[in-house]
Structures are given as structure tokens and as C-alpha cells.
Design a protein around this ligand. Structure first.
Ligand SMILES: C[S@@+](CC[C@H](N)C(=O)[O-])C[C@H]1O[C@@H](n2cnc3c(N)ncnc32)[C@H](O)[C@@H]1O
Length: 309
């Protein structure tokens, strides 16, 4: 296992975003992701935006939830991901109900006040100003529509069979590096964003903010796709030169995930846990204050007779 300088990077420079990586990651957590969509209790016939849709992996789950009368718009900055999304949906029953377009989260290619729900999975970690972006997305929702943000939080990760001190050093080193890596030419990233999402949605002006935590637990023997996921994550923790980790720690860490005898994934007592967060908030159209303000002003105008004195 080599320490890659970049790990499963896409053409936009985002690590852990390459299409094949996203597909295997999705498969490895399909059970929990299906549950996340079921728990949204989407209304049949809704218009749903998948913001940062990548290769369209959530589209089948969303399509099933909103039914044949529903409509979906997937947007992403990655042309490569959108081509895959389009191809994946081309032979499905919902192909007429979904469109994919290249766009950024803040400028969605649809009319203001038209979406019932905007869903965005595993994208908020790349937003330098999440509250500002969420606020910019609100006006595309109908009044009473929902923004749903799903993301990871690597502060919740635990590899039960790996030395806890080594884990702590690896995690702390990456968290410290994430705070600075954007200043060193890498794309912005906050892999600890999950538990901060509620706060960001409230700051962006959403009401009735609700957080659901999904515990993801896997035991030995691991399915191949989950092993692929963990190996990718392990490499990602020490990529880009791992400036705050000693070379010995890098070696010891990678050995835990290698095919060598030190491999922890093959131990019968291996257990891995992490928590992912799904946070939703309701958007109300802010009523224009113009008429209300005028009413107050008129009441306080002095009678004409007094003015003429
Ligand atoms: C980790 S992938 C997640 C893809 C998909 N949502 C999923 O869960 O499988 C993040 C995606 O967000 C896209 N992305 C990142 N920043 C974005 C932005 N500001 N506007 C639109 N898309 C963005 C990336 O190109 C990438 O396809």
C-alpha cells in the first residue's frame, strides 16, 4: 500500500470523489443510505433536487420515494460525474423524470420557489462557508420546503482493534492538516462537518432543524466493497505528505490495512464504527416588509392641522 499524493481524486481536485470510489462507497453503505431516504418520508409527486449528485447514486432511492409522478434535478460541478449519472439512469423506469445539469449549489438551474426538497449528500464537507451556501439554496425551495444535508464526521470513527493512541495521532494530524491544506493549494475540506450541520442550517435561516444520526457498524468478515472503502479512507488520512504525522506512524497505520501480517481487517475481532448525520430544516419565504412598514409609518404621521402650525 503506497501513500498516494492524491487519493481517488476527481477532475475538480476533490479527494475521495473519483466515480469508481463513490460507487463502491455507496454500495458499501446502501442499507443505511436506503434507510436515510425512507426516513425523509418524501411526498409522492415531489420535485427533488440532488445538489452535488455526483454519479447519481441516490437517484434510484429518491425516484422510488417520490414515485412515477415525481421529478428530480441532479446538479454537480463535475462533468465526468454527470456523464456517469446520465448513463446510469438511461435505461431505468424514471429516466424521463430526472435531469442532470452542471451547476454550483448556490446557483441552481431552476426557478425560485419551485423545489419541494433539496437533498445534498457528502458535499457540505467541501463548502468553505456552509451557512452562506445553505442560505443561498433556500430561495429555490417552496415556502415550507426542506433542505436535507447528509454528511460524514470523522470524529466519530473508531477502529476497535487498532491501537487507540495511534488512531488518535492519525486523526488529530489530519484534522490539523485540514485546517491548513486549502492554504497549500488543495481544495477546502472539513471531514468533521457532520455534527456541525444543525448549527449551520439554523445560521442560514432554516426553522425546525432536525438531526438524525446513523451509526454504521461493520464486523469481520468485511464485504469487499467495505474493505475497499476502509483502505481508501486509511490512505486518505495520510495522503498529501501527512505533515503532522511521523513516518513511523504512517507506516504503522498503513500496515493495519495492508495484506501483510499486521493487517487488522482480517482479525476475527475486527469492528469498525462511524456515525453519519442527516440534518433537515424548513425554509419559509420571507414576507416582503414593504407594506407592513408603510402601515406603521402612516399611523404615526401627524395630523395635517398640526403640521401647518
Ligand atoms: C463526495 S461526492 C458525493 C456525490 C453524491 N452526492 C454521493 O453521495 O454519492 C461530492 C460531489 O459534490 C460535488 N461538488 C462539490 N462542491 C460542489 C459545489 N460547490 N457545487 C456543486 N457540486 C459540488 C463534487 O463534484 C462531487 O461530485
Amino acid at each position: 500500500m503506497a501513500v498516494n499524493n492524491v487519493v481517488h481524486v476527481n477532475e475538480c481536485g476533490l479527494p475521495l470523489n473519483a466515480v469508481d470510489w463513490l460507487m463502491k462507497h455507496h454500495q458499501s453503505k446502501l442499507q443505511e443510505r436506503s434507510q436515510m431516504i425512507q426516513d425523509l418520508h418524501l411526498v409522492a409527486g415531489s420535485l427533488v433536487v440532488d445538489a452535488g449528485c455526483g454519479p447519481g447514486l441516490w437517484t434510484p432511492l429518491l425516484a422510488q420515494a417520490i414515485g412515477a409522478e415525481g421529478k428530480m434535478l441532479g446538479i454537480d460541478i463535475s462533468a465526468e460525474a454527470l456523464v456517469t449519472a446520465q448513463r446510469r439512469s438511461s435505461n431505468t423506469w424514471y429516466r424521463q423524470n430526472v435531469q442532470y445539469k452542471q451547476a454550483v449549489l448556490e446557483q441552481l438551474p431552476l426557478e425560485c420557489g419551485s423545489a419541494d426538497l433539496i437533498f445534498s449528500a457528502n458535499v457540505s464537507q467541501y463548502l468553505p462557508e456552509p451557512a452562506e451556501t445553505f442560505a443561498a439554496m433556500g430561495p429555490y425551495l417552496k415556502s415550507g420546503g426542506r433542505l436535507v444535508i447528509k454528511d460524514i464526521d470523522f470524529g466519530t470513527m473508531c477502529f476497535h482493534t487498532i491501537d487507540s493512541m495511534l488512531q488518535a495521532r492519525v486523526f488529530q494530524a489530519r484534522e490539523r492538516w485540514e485546517a491548513e491544506r486549502a492554504d497549500n493549494g488543495y481544495a477546502y475540506e472539513d471531514s468533521w462537518v457532520g455534527s456541525k450541520l444543525s448549527e449551520y442550517l439554523r445560521a442560514a435561516g432554516y426553522r425546525d432543524v432536525e438531526e438524525k444520526a446513523y451509526r454504521i457498524v461493520r464486523h469481520y468478515p468485511l464485504p469487499e466493497n467495505f474493505r475497499f472503502y476502509l483502505r481508501g479512507i486509511a490512505e486518505w488520512f495520510v495522503c498529501e505528505g501527512a505533515p503532522y504525522l511521523s513516518p513511523d506512524d504512517v507506516t504503522a497505520w498503513l500496515q493495519c490495512f495492508s495484506d501483510d501480517p499486521g493487517n487488522m481487517l482480517e482479525r476475527e475481532n475486527f469492528v469498525y464504527e462511524e456515525t453519519e448525520f442527516v440534518v433537515s430544516g424548513v425554509w419559509d419565504v420571507v414576507q416582503p416588509r414593504f407594506f407592513a412598514d408603510m402601515h406603521v409609518d402612516i399611523e404615526h404621521i401627524e395630523p395635517l392641522s398640526m403640521v401647518s402650525k
